[in-house]
Design a protein around this ligand. Structure first.
Ligand SMILES: NC(=O)c1ccc[n+]([C@@H]2O[C@H](COP(=O)([O-])OP(=O)(O)OC[C@H]3O[C@@H](n4cnc5c(N)ncnc54)[C@H](O)[C@@H]3O)[C@@H](O)[C@H]2O)c1
Length: 303
């Protein structure tokens, strides 16, 4: 009995790297998988058939999968992707938003087109598939059919704390957390959980960082062999979040780095000062903020 037997999953950006690891893991646990991938470059240029390679690997291992080449950043194509799962397998249980691109540069060197392209793939891509899946699940619930849906979005350390040279990517990944927390509230009564994972692994994205080695290919070594930077290391967490066992978990951000799983909590009220019912005076505010709020003159500086 597989953890995901009978489930149908859409996984975006599953032609390479982390998404490919998720697709293989989901198929291994019995899910039927729609393997989406536009198949373009790391920067999101061009298109190709990377999804076919993942589907071929799943076939070879005895699983069930169908390829899809939609561009998730296009609202209509994101809808067609959700529809594809319904047409191919008759239902949709799980949506994993994993597709991503990077166009890194310090802000003064980043062309606005590059900023927009990164935001479009991550933010519009995640929002659009969530929108279409939500409409499907709401219609199911209204028709009296029980819904037990799962959305797992993909954030990153850059979105949770910023990263040099990644103002576009960090903005996109922070927005994905905001979408996750909001849609978790909106879909709670429909029977859908919405969480975000922050994965890690050697992929084309990390290989683009100077000094990092090349990415792994999933069929290079046996399935169960442990490798510190394997892009499939976060896939068991994603599979569990997608399963019936995780129906109590929603609106959460969980990172999976190497062999560690880390529950993230952020933006909680830390320390407060009050003007006792009066208006603050900007000329005296500075010393109070430094002494009583930050308790240091240079909060948050990491250099
Ligand atoms: N590698 C890491 O260490 C790391 C860390 C944190 C977060 N992430 C996130 O994990 C996800 C997967 O990244 P990866 O490292 O495996 O990189 P990757 O480049 O190997 O995989 C991303 C996939 O998304 C696909 N894609 C891009 N734009 C698309 C679009 N518009 N429509 C459909 N597919 C599209 C690409 O073709 C590619 O196959 C991304 O969201 C990334 O931001 C990665």
């Amino acid at each position: 009995m597989g953890l995901l037997d009978g489930k149908v999953a859409v996984i975006t950006g599953a032609g390479h790297g982390i998404g490919r690891g998720h697709a293989l893991e989901f198929a291994r646990h019995g899910a039927k998988v729609v393997v989406n991938d536009l198949g373009g470059s790391l920067r999101g240029e061009g298109q190709g058939r990377a999804a076919d390679e993942t589907v071929a690997l799943i076939d070879k291992r005895g699983g069930t999968a169908a390829a899809d080449y939609s561009d998730v950043s296009d609202f209509e194509q994101a809808g067609a992707l959700v529809q594809r799962a319904l047409d191919a397998y008759g239902r949709l249980d799980i949506l994993v938003n994993n597709a991503g691109i990077v166009r890194d540069a310090v802000i003064w060197n980043m062309p606005p087109e590059d900023f927009e392209a990164v935001i479009r793939v991550h933010v519009m891509g995640t929002w659009s598939t969530c929108h279409h899946a939500a409409r499907h699940w709401r219609a199911e619930a209204k028709a009296g059919r029980p819904v037990n849906g799962r959305i797992i979005n993909t954030t990153s350390g850059a979105g949770l704390g910023g990263n040099f040279g990644q103002s576009s990517y960090a903005a996109a990944k922070a927005a994905i957390v905001a979408i996750t927390q909001t849609v978790a509230l909106e879909l709670h009564r429909t029977g859908v959980t919405v969480n975000a994972v922050g994965p890690s692994g050697l992929t084309r994205i990390t290989a683009s960082i100077p000094g990092m080695p090349d990415s792994f290919e999933p069929d290079e070594v046996p399935e169960d062999e442990w490798r510190e930077m394997d892009p499939a290391n976060s896939s068991p967490l994603v599979a569990w979040l997608a399963s019936d066992e995780a129906d109590h978990v929603t609106g959460q951000v969980i990172r999976s780095i190497g062999d560690r799983i880390i529950w993230m909590r952020g933006w909680k009220e830390h320390r407060t000062i009050s003007a006792d019912g009066k208006r603050w005076d900007a000329t005296t505010l500075g010393s109070l903020i430094n002494q009583d709020l930050f308790e240091t003159r240079a909060p948050g500086m990491r250099f």
